[in-house]
Ligand binder design. Structure first.
Ligand code: NAP
Ligand code: MG
Length: 404
């Protein structure tokens, strides 16, 4: 069989620990036999980040901007324990943080739905994609413990020295204070990323804030989205047959619980933090959750939502058997291959990615799965496979699917 040819490389960001092992297996077993794979390779493994003083992370982000599509393996974000373990020169920053900042991107997280792993919420039939604004609000706050009686004011000093003041509160005793901010620029980028992702996946977009209570702050978010929608996206949405829907955050939460799914839910930073953990847990497993970073000018970086699965890696190093779920990492690759195929108009590439996804899911639906899924599945007569055997089982299904 002739291998599928590619035109433009995908930026490949390799990573750490168990996911690095999965990475190589996925390429060797499921991709390289079928595709004449073109990637520009960046090793974001912690050792190499340390050797290059983290330059490799910045370079990989620039490459993503250049080529438009990247796929990333999970990476270690160093902490004190990792400093000793890897003899690090510095406690390097989170690669995801660095890449997100470079691309000014928004992260979209989507559960992978498979028969036998049922969402806790019974009416959810299709995935709910969570889009979380990743800048500002309470994550960049300034806080004060108020020791006793006194007056708190909000003061803005313009460049020309003019002051604007608002009374926050006249304290008659001790209390607390918090200052938060956001910028029109960041909110606008977030809105662009959400509208574009909705168009590219042909799904409705929901957005919610608490603008009835926060008449200036949250209202600004609502206005930015509404203005941009009217100016740039309404017609495109109507042509694509999708809708933009704004509501209050408490109404959105209530509606989500009664919805079928199949839409994107855009959230402010804090709402997104909380709701994405709720939605992902309710759908089943972190190992079945993909994540894509989308920049306002249309760069896509695909990855799994989980980490490097450290505990499994230590077992692997000791020569013990592991049963690590590669599904989210496989879907990171298929996401990137699909997008590359779409952008370069190579339908075989996108078709292959779809078939690999299908093969992965039907392997699980046939009762062959890793341990994490075996623990939560509603299927009976399940075969629990180790990491290698599951990969081989997916390959067997893929060979059959491709023969059809
Ligand atoms: P983790 O790697 O997501 O794993 C936490 C636990 O979840 C595992 O111990 C495992 O449970 C289960 N799990 C996660 N993915 C699984 C999979 N594919 N198959 C089977 N089980 C899976 O999180 P962590 O242990 O807190 O973090 C490890 C490292 O990952 C850290 O250094 C962190 O900095 C990094 N991290 C990176 C990213 C990223 O690059 N996007 C994201 C998060 C964390 P059991 O052990 O019970 O089987
Ligand atoms: Mg959280």
């Amino acid at each position: 069989m002739r291998k599928i040819q590619m035109a433009t490389p995908i930026v490949e960001m390799d990573g750490d620990e168990m996911t690095r092992i999965l990475w190589k297996m996925i390429k060797d077993e499921l991709i390289l036999p079928f595709i004449d794979l073109k990637t520009e390779y960046y090793d974001l493994g912690l050792e190499h980040r340390n050797e290059t003083d983290d330059k490799v992370t910045f370079d990989s982000a620039e490459a993503a901007k250049k080529y438009g599509v990247a796929v990333k393996c999970a990476t270690i974000t160093p902490n004190a324990a990792r400093m000793d373990e890897y003899h690090l020169k510095e406690m390097w920053k989170s690669p995801n943080g660095t890449i997100r900042a470079a691309l000014d991107g928004t992260v979209f997280r989507t559960p992978i739905i498979v028969k036998g792993i049922e969402p806790v919420v019974k009416c959810w039939k299709k995935p709910i994609t969570l889009a979380r604004h990743a800048y500002g609000d309470v994550y960049k706050n300034t806080e004060l413990r108020v020791p006793g009686a006194g007056k708190a004011e909000l003061v803005f000093t313009a460049e020309d020295g003019t002051e604007t003041r608002e009374l926050i509160h006249s304290f008659d005793g001790a209390g607390i204070l918090q200052g938060i901010h956001n910028t029109d620029r960041s909110i606008t980028s977030f809105a662009h990323a959400c509208f574009q992702y909705a168009l590219s996946t042909k799904q409705d977009l929901w957005f919610a804030t608490k603008d009835t209570i926060s008449k200036k702050y949250d209202h600004r978010f609502k206005d930015v989205f509404a203005e941009l929608y009217e100016k740039e996206y309404r017609e495109k949405f109507e042509r694509a047959g999708i809708t933009y829907f704004y509501t209050l955050i408490d109404d959105a939460v209530a509606r989500v619980m009664k919805a079928e799914g199949g839409f994107i839910w855009a959230c402010k930073n804090y709402d997104g933090d909380v709701m994405s953990d709720m939605v992902s847990s309710a759908f089943g497993s972190l190992a079945m959750m993909t994540s894509v970073l989308v920049s306002p000018d249309g760069v896509y970086e695909y990855e799994a939502a989980h980490g490097t699965v450290q505990r499994h890696y230590y077992k692997h190093l000791k020569g013990e058997e592991t049963s690590t779920n590669p599904v989210a990492t496989i879907f990171a690759w298929t996401g990137a291959l699909k997008k590359r195929g779409e952008l370069d108009q190579i339908p075989e590439l996108a078709d292959f990615a779809a078939q690999l996804e299908k093969a992965t899911l039907s392997t699980i639906e046939s009762g062959k799965m890793t341990k994490d899924l075996a623990l939560i599945t509603s299927l009976e007569n399940v075969t629990v496979l180790n990491t290698e055997s599951f990969m081989k089982a997916v390959r067997e299904t893929l060979d059959k699917v491709l023969d059809e």
